[in-house]
Design a protein around this ligand. Structure first.
Ligand SMILES: Cc1cc2nc3c(=O)[nH]c(=O)nc-3n(C[C@H](O)[C@H](O)[C@H](O)COP(=O)(O)OP(=O)(O)OC[C@H]3O[C@@H](n4cnc5c(N)ncnc54)[C@H](O)[C@@H]3O)c2cc1C
Length: 428
């Protein structure tokens, strides 16, 4: 943009929104390697819509921001003129406790939603260790914690959404039909879209009753085969765990597999004791029952201090191959890769310790990716320094049919490629 166009655009934004809602970006307002020019704050759908309409009229690129805890994920956008900050849109609009439904603005911290619904003995079955993570960010990055195993992820829990499209048009799923977005389930589509299709301003979620009692049943095994067998036994047990997670420190260290049980007070403890007894017999090991989660539960491995995060996934039945493959790649590259994640779903996060060279981290990603691909699985780089991102494809290959579909969707929602351009799979 020329300086004169920039000036006109800025005046239009300040005129329509008010000076206090438009500020110059500071060094901390980065999105990966990209630096925006301005930050526009929006306290709801209307202000977000005005901002996007003016941005469209002046050809400005826009990246939405919630709590800012995940802006370095994915590829850095090719350009960012405006950072559209939703943190002032932070109201829990309605909690229909009788219907187990909550409606909240996108900038509401997930923790605030949990606090509100907990007053009625309910929970939104999503977990996030980041105090600043907002509903919008959790939707856009498809984040879910261990209990996704039983309750499903964002896509399964979202029942309504309001978004602002690239031209400022407001659309709601199940509500107003907008010509170019008719026929889409917006809630499902925007889940994991990383701000590239539009800006989420409000969402409606299904809730679950808060458990009266929780128990964790854990067992530590010497190798991937035994750990995968424990995960299988947890999965097929009648105890119906809410989550089945594992923790494997780097190298050949023993692996802890742990299941969480939730339910009515008194009964859950008995279920846990029974599960620990029967599993212990089958595995020939002692299973521990605890009233508190292990300290690693729901936290990414290697943090604080990890220099890169990797996510790998395959079918749960191939967990042993996934774990053994990661171990071999550690040997080949000399890079340690502590692993943690859902043994029940076959999704593991790896945290690369600081101090590894960019080239060796890139080799680690390629090695793990090749092994996951051989299992029909995938590997993505969750976060990494820009110098590593230059050496590897963050998202990895996607089937060409899927990419064609994603391109078509992007063209419909953001034909001018102004929303976080280049951030997503295949340069979308
Ligand atoms: C078990 C677990 C452990 C985790 N541990 C960590 C950890 O240790 N460290 C860590 O950094 N993360 C961690 N995460 C990730 C965590 O989920 C994210 O920090 C969080 O989901 C991002 O929310 P945010 O509001 O900060 O989003 P932001 O960082 O602000 O944005 C994230 C993305 O969403 C887009 N976006 C934001 N708001 C909107 C909107 N309203 N409409 C459209 N797009 C939008 C942004 O453009 C960006 O692409 C963990 C997640 C889980 C499940």
């Amino acid at each position: 943009m020329s300086t004169a166009t920039e000036e006109t655009a800025l005046n239009a934004l300040r005129g329509a929104l008010g000076d206090e809602w438009v500020t110059e970006a500071s060094a901390t307002d980065r999105v990966g390697a990209s630096r925006p020019k301005w930050v526009v704050h929006a306290d709801g759908t209307e202000r977000a819509s005005t901002a996007l309409r003016i941005a469209a009229e002046h050809g400005m690129s826009v990246v939405p921001r919630g709590g800012g805890s995940k802006l370095d994920r994915g590829e850095s956008p090719e350009r960012v003129d405006l950072l559209l900050d939703l943190s002032a849109a932070d109201e829990v609009v309605e909690h229909a406790a009788g219907d187990l439904v909550v409606r909240a603005e996108a900038g509401t911290p997930l923790r605030e939603v949990q606090r509100t619904v907990a007053e009625a003995g309910q929970q939104l079955s999503l977990e996030d260790p980041h105090p600043t993570a907002t509903l919008g960010g959790v939707i856009a990055t498809r984040s879910a914690g261990p209990c996704r195993y039983l309750h499903g992820g964002v896509r399964d829990l979202i029942i309504g959404i309001t978004v602002v499209c690239a031209d400022g048009t407001v659309a709601s799923s199940g509500g107003k039909v907008v010509k170019n977005v008719a026929g889409y389930d917006l809630g499902k589509l925007f889940t994991g879209s990383y701000g590239t299709l539009g800006v989420v301003t409000e969402a409606i979620f299904r809730l679950h009753p808060l458990a009266e009692e929780r128990r964790w049943v854990a067992v530590t095994l010497p190798d991937p085969r035994a750990a995968a067998e424990a995960a299988r036994l947890f999965r097929v047990s009648r105890a119906m765990p809410t989550a089945v997670e594992l923790d494997r420190p780097a190298g050949r260290a023993p692996i802890t597999v742990c299941a969480e049980l939730e339910g009515r007070s008194g009964v859950t403890g008995e279920r846990a004791a029974e599960l620990a007894r029967s599993l212990g017999e089958e595995l020939g090991r002692t299973c521990e029952v605890s009233g508190t989660a292990p300290e690693w539960w729901g936290r990414l491995p290697g943090e604080p201090g990890a220099s890169a995060g990797i996510r790998m996934a395959s079918r749960p039945s191939e967990l042993v191959e996934l774990l053994e493959g990661a171990g071999r790649v550690e040997d080949e590259t000399g890079v340690a890769l502590p692993l943690r994640g859902s043994a029940g779903l076959g999704v593991l996060d790896g945290g690369v310790p600081a101090g590894s060279s960019d080239e060796s981290v890139a080799a680690l990603v390629e090695g793990v990716r090749a092994r996951a691909a051989a299992l029909d699985g995938y590997t993505t780089v969750s976060w990494a320094p820009e110098s590593v991102k230059r050496l590897v494809d963050v998202w990895g290959p996607v089937p060409s049919g899927a990419l064609t579909l994603m391109r078509r969707t992007k063209d419909q929602f953001d034909p001018e490629r102004r929303l976080a351009p280049g951030r997503f799979v295949g340069g979308l």
